[in-house]
Write a protein that binds this ligand. Structure first.
Ligand code: B4P
Length: 194
């Protein structure tokens, strides 16, 4: 199985590149951001709680997203592989993911980390905020808070995956197709090393 953690700060292009990677490698796309936004749209109890945190640019509790990923893994036992987009975002989430995948007899193949500077991230998110309707994209203070959450809680995952020799940085500025080619080249390198 090919199990990829697609990693990067808010607005790095995880969702954008996931769409292309799932088509190229026949993978199941698991985006915790999309799963949470679907709960919000359906106005579930979980969605209402998540919305108040997401609108402020804060992370939702680990147990909520771990539970969502656990059920999706169980629903897709025949998958050829998964792209984890926006998950894990904390060390406890990464530990839980390793354990869940082990229970399914598989493991993470690699973490591909899109590297984009803060100025470009803010520009992209404010641009999307103009027509996305996403509250968390519309205000520079909220975007700054999301980047702060990323630096404090999510960036440490680079060491987590480095210590497993699974961390691969990829330059995330430039054309969407060029970045996609760089991701594919990196996946090829990882495959050949296995
Ligand atoms: P997410 O939905 O994961 O969103 P994201 O970090 O904003 O976006 P992404 O990196 O996917 O950017 P995209 O491709 O869309 O998270 C939202 C919130 O959900 C979090 O803040 C948190 O509250 C909560 N949450 C989610 N998962 C969680 C977890 N595991 N634990 C706790 N809380 C969790 O790209 C952004 C923009 O850039 C788009 O407009 C795109 O068109 C543009 N773009 C992409 N690539 C480009 C390029 N190469 N050049 C120029 N623009 C580009």
């Amino acid at each position: 199985m090919l199990n990829i953690v697609l990693f990067g700060p808010p607005g790095a292009g995880k969702g954008t590149q996931s769409e292309k990677l799932i088509a190229a490698f026949n993978l199941i796309h698991l985006s915790t951001g999309d799963l949470l936004r679907s709960e919000i749209a359906q106005q579930t109890t979980l969605g209402v709680k998540a919305k108040s945190l997401m609108d402020k640019g804060e992370l939702v509790p680990d147990e909520v997203v771990i539970g969502m990923i656990s059920s999706k893994l169980s629903e897709n036992k025949q998958a050829q592989g998964f792209i984890f987009d926006g998950f894990p975002r904390t060390v406890p989430q990464a530990e839980a993911l390793d354990q869940l995948l082990a229970e399914h007899g598989t493991s993470i193949t690699c973490m591909l980390a899109l590297e984009v500077d803060q100025e470009e991230l803010t520009k992209r998110l404010l641009l999307r905020g103009k027509d996305s309707g996403r509250v968390d994209d519309q205000n520079e203070d909220i975007i700054r808070n999301r980047i702060k959450e990323y630096n404090n809680k999510t960036a440490p995952l680079k060491s987590f995956y480095s210590s497993q020799q699974k961390f691969y940085p990829v330059h995330g500025i430039g054309g969407v197709d060029d970045i996609f080619k760089a991701l594919c080249a990196q996946i090829k390198v990882v495959y050949q090393a296995h």
